[in-house]
Design a protein around this ligand. Sequence first.
Ligand SMILES: [Zn+2]
Length: 271
Amino acid sequence: MPELPEVEVTRRSFADRIAGARIVSVQLGKPLRWALGCDASALVGRTVLCVTRRGKYLLVHLDAGVLLLHLGMSGSLQFAPVLPPRGGHDHFELGTSRGCLRLHDPRRFGAVVFADSLDDPRALKLLERLGVEPLEAGFDPLLFYRALRLRRSSIKQVLLAGNTVVGVGNIYASEALFMAGIRPTTRADRLSKLRAARLHAAIVEVLQRAVALGGSTLHDFSSAEGQSGYFQLDARVYGREGLPCRVCETPIRGIRQGQRSTFFCPQCQKP
Ligand SMILES: [Zn+2]
């Protein structure tokens, strides 16, 4: 599943190139998770101003309105002057004066939604409950600690919920908790200020490093130029059940938390 670093890497791979492009055509494939919400032909003639990101949504700002793109479980975007003919899993395509932006999504949990603005109820419904952006200045150690004080769930589940800090998915939550020496099952409201600060720093570091590496390729991720990342080579706990911890050589444990798999070192990560 594309996580925040993959989405950010995707954004950077085409944002500059598509800015200023005029939309000349829109092609829809099979239905995605949510309907587009406007007549596709109404987008023709509009201009792409810029592409930003909120959580795992890419926001393609137009001179009138905004497209919210989500990659779902298996989505990837390509942007190139010319693309090969559309295949059976290519469900959205924006032809522009600078090239073609195409969403490839075999499982169709992704979506492209049009809204008149980010204040439009259609946009608010998707964005308003998202937590702070982890790679922006608003993600502050003390505010993070205070937010965790209000949560009784396990810290791993609080991170995955996305309403405290957004976009820390399963891989990066596991890795950040390892870096911070915190057992994933620890209750969020039991973390000391110091441990919360360590976790804050670990989240920033693990996400920044992943963005720098170009995102992970654990599933179908590929950036808009079809390059792939290699973050998984760097994983210290994720997917390493039974293998020796890279720090202390204790076998890494795998458990289920919520519906998700969690990995941790029972020696390095304290409850
Ligand atoms: Zn260890």
